[in-house]
Ligand binder design. Sequence first.
Ligand code: CAA
Length: 292
Amino acid sequence: MSIQKVGVAGCGLMGSGIAEISARAELDVVVREVDQPSLEAGRGRIEKSLGRAVKKEKISGEERDRVLERIRFTTELEELADRDLVIEAVVEDLEIKNQLFQNLDGLCGPDTIFASNTSSLTITDMAAAVNRPDRVVGLHFFNPVPVMKLVEVVRTIATSEETFDRAFQFARTVGKEPIAARDNSGFVVNLLLVPYMLDAIRQLERGVASMTDMDKAMVLGCGYPMGPFTLCDFVGNDTTLRIAEIMFDEYREERYAPPPLLKRLVAMGRYGRKSGKGFYDYSGDDPVPLPV
Ligand code: CAA
């Protein structure tokens, strides 16, 4: 039984991307945000991304309109009741995610699969909070969702084979390449990526080289699409800090400990691209390195 009706809870950076690719795969999509301004911001992100695809002649103007018609935008949680799959992409806070899934547990039919796009929390902690642990799975997408090909499909010890297979197939339906991951904090990508980003910040604190030279080093020396500080600003320093805190709490290993500089940037609201300033200033045409 393939997934036809998709619900997305949260229409931020990740939720808007997941809603977009699901609608582009001709699935019926409902996306829910907590209030009207957040919903409008999410719709704006999807329109901008589709506008980019039209400009690059990947889709026509008519296709863009049809994709948008396939997405229902709402602030009502009840509208997710008839979905085959609900993917949550709300803030990285276990209590908020669990509250959401518990509310959905009472609304959705028994067959609805609950998926989380969490980057660092464990899926088991969410599965344990609902009455359908066998139908809870991780579906971890990467930013920018329309571009990055990978999805980590995460199975807990309670996830049924059928749930896992349907989630795996869903990832393929929306044009992604899924991999299977066990339910450990960080799955595969963040387990490796987060220490790299944090280590770059630690080396910057030690004065190993300038920020721009370290960014240049990883782009030109290793062929990475972005250097570590550009990537931190892209992911969001507040997000990376939150992920690091969760992973450090889980593993108690130094390599996941958030470096002081990351905390100071977040305290100053320098979240990265989304706030206009992070390691770099994004107010002009090209990013300008800021003092750290
Ligand atoms: N939405 C939609 N499409 C986008 C986009 C966006 N936000 N940003 C870029 N694109 C598309 C462009 O349209 C372009 O498409 P075509 O190749 O078909 O023309 C393509 O992506 C490349 O874009 P650009 O040429 O404008 O820019 P670029 O070559 O610098 O690529 C990038 C931009 C794809 C973001 C690239 O720099 C990159 O891959 N960076 C690394 C991203 C990364 O590591 N993401 C993972 C972050 S970690 C994470 O998400 C997990 C977590 O839990 C924290």
